[in-house]
Design a binder for this molecule. Sequence first.
Ligand code: BDP
Length: 324
Amino acid sequence: MFKKRSLVLIGALMCLSFNAYSAETWRAWNIHNEGHPNTAAMDKFAELVSTATKDEIKLEVFHGGVLGNQPDALEQVRIGAIEIGNFNLGPIGPMVKEANLVSLPFIFKSVPHMFRVLEGEAGDIMAKAMAEAGVLPLAWVDAGARSFYSQKPINTPADVEGLKIRVMNNDLYTSMISAMGGNPSPMAFAEVQQALKTGVVDGAENNFPSFKNVGHYEVTTHYSLSEHLIIPECICVNTAKFEALSPELQEALRGAAEEAALYQRELWAVQSDEARKEVEAAGIEVNEIADKGPFQAAMESVYEEYLAANPDMAKLVEMAKSTE
Ligand code: BDP
């Protein structure tokens, strides 16, 4: 009897120590500051992960890009030095070709269309390729549409001619600006405000929440609704760390990411309208572009060159275009 009890006790102690041993704190990278929807969503994600995994995994979220700029942080997540990141798919394109689908200008008709493509076969192909590269998407989040801002309104591609425009690191964006006669300037997000302020660049492009949150609106005057790129973002995890988890923990993490992503999408809808109103109230002139046709026409050479160099991407482009 005594023996049996002590065995149970030893078993329980082993269990406890196993749990204590297996409980992990993971680091999560986020580029945004307080006041951006993704910051609130990543904090929510951390809470959900704690609850869903009963604290077996705890997330420590580092906001404001303090763990490094986006290309560096992506590399860190790929090798597992940082476990989680809220990444934009733009900077993922140079390392995972399939992810570049979303960086083709005007590939999506709207944000809902972009999500339908991601939820279909094209999204599965992209997710698989990303996971193989070490950055496994747990859920997709909204980043609206990106438009140009500068010290003058942009209504036609000719208005971009001669302007130095900051873009994220991805050759597709450099080609996009060059195709309009502009001078592309790839640069880390953290440097853009200063570059705009000092005239190192004449303009940049982003969505309303990012335009507002890091003060780009304080150093420009016009925001022109070109909506040339609709790039999704992910809550991504290092593949090896994810695969080393038990199936239960994997499911818990995925569920938490999906819930956080839904929360982010709700916040995004409200806060991107608010951000637009705030920048307008601060004096930014927002102009609609009556006809985006000339911008789309200017992108034909970008598509041609890209598909000539990457013929295997034609299938994904076709999938996106044929998605209703
Ligand atoms: C923001 C994205 C962020 C990018 C940034 C940029 O959320 O991930 O780093 O744009 O332009 O909208 O670099």
